[in-house]
Write a protein that binds this ligand. Structure first.
Ligand code: FAD
Length: 281
């Protein structure tokens, strides 16, 4: 195949069948999608995303939220915010969708070897980080302590509640959860995710931090990490921009000199900091 044909291939969606749709929160659902047995699409790095086609509606970027070791299926957690996401979460089991990818950069699982891993997520941002958590927990001896700091707006908007509880039981793992508004019946932490830092058992000089959430949250989190002594070089974050081709052709997701789709979505903080500090890019 010529290089040009290989490049064109990334634009062709391959079929996948929705096997299961599980409700996580009132507006967020996890889809399990099966693929042809030999598909290379099932091999992905934690942090990468697919372009999902809902036929007759449109195509949208969604992070892969499942276990990278599970080659039988692709898993996506989708928050219904508009036309395409609503159509996607409304798919019935047995329906065919189109899949392109996986695309983009992943979390620095190699660079994190031998170090503590600090995962900091806001809202749906836990979805692209979940594969990294699976990877650390499956290869426990390759990593140091795992610290997960997770914030959601309210208890009913917490993703993966059972898994959060199960992860907290794993050796050398700390899981801290907070919500903006607790309400009756909530006995956990209340406040933004940065308020969890004071409870976190961090060893900043031997840690790698991975962050995903709203940009405002990521700005505050990176500041806190630096104050605690986690260097910018050991901090990574995942960025979101509307995108079309996802393969670096169209420029739709351009962010300063970077294309989020191919240079990201996971960036070292050292690369993204100058742009993140410019609020209005
Ligand atoms: C690399 C990447 C990974 C993503 N991973 C996930 C994921 O795992 N789960 C998930 O639920 N969503 C994810 N998204 C966001 C998802 O692609 C958008 O929510 C979706 O495209 C919105 O399409 P829509 O037609 O449903 O909504 P629209 O009608 O297009 O928009 C509805 C609202 O959502 C806002 N919006 C649209 N696109 C985005 C976007 N990319 N980022 C932020 N706000 C947006 C619009 O401004 C509008 O306010 C990801 C986006 C990117 C770029």
């Amino acid at each position: 195949m010529t290089a040009a044909a290989a490049k064109l291939d990334v634009m062709v969606p391959l079929p996948g069948v929705v096997e299961q749709v599980t409700k996580e929160t009132p507006d967020t659902f996890t889809l399990t999608v099966s693929r042809d047995e030999d598909s290379e699409q099932d091999v992905f790095q934690p942090g990468q995303f697919s372009m999902l086609w809902v036929f007759g509606v449109g195509e949208l970027p969604i992070s892969i939220s499942g276990d990278p070791a599970d080659r039988d299926k692709l898993v996506y957690t989708v928050r219904s915010v508009g036309k395409a996401t609503h159509a996607l979460v409304s798919q019935k089991p047995g329906t065919e969708i189109g899949i392109r990818g996986p695309f983009g950069t992943g979390w620095p699982m190699e660079a994190a070897r031998g170090r503590d891993v600090i995962i900091i997520a806001g809202g749906i941002g836990l979805a692209p980080l979940r594969p990294a958590i699976y990877e650390v927990l499956r290869n426990r001896d390759r990593y140091g302590r795992l610290v997960v700091l997770y914030g959601a707006r309210s208890p009913r908007e917490l993703l993966y509640r059972k898994e959060l509880a199960a992860w907290a039981q794993q050796p050398d793992t700390q899981v801290l959860v907070t919500v903006d508004y607790g309400g009756l019946g909530w006995h956990g932490h209340v406040g933004v995710v940065t308020t969890l830092f004071k409870y976190a058992r961090l060893q900043p000089s031997k840690s790698v931090a991975m962050i995903c959430g709203p940009e405002i949250m990521m700005r505050f989190v990176t500041r806190q990490l630096e104050e605690h002594g986690v260097t910018a070089a050991n901090t990574y974050l995942s960025m979101e921009r509307n995108m079309k081709c996802a393969a670096g052709f169209c420029g739709h997701c351009q962010y300063g000199p970077l294309f989020i789709c191919k240079d990201g979505p996971v960036f070292p903080y050292t690369t993204i900091r100058p742009l993140l500090e410019k609020y209005e890019l």
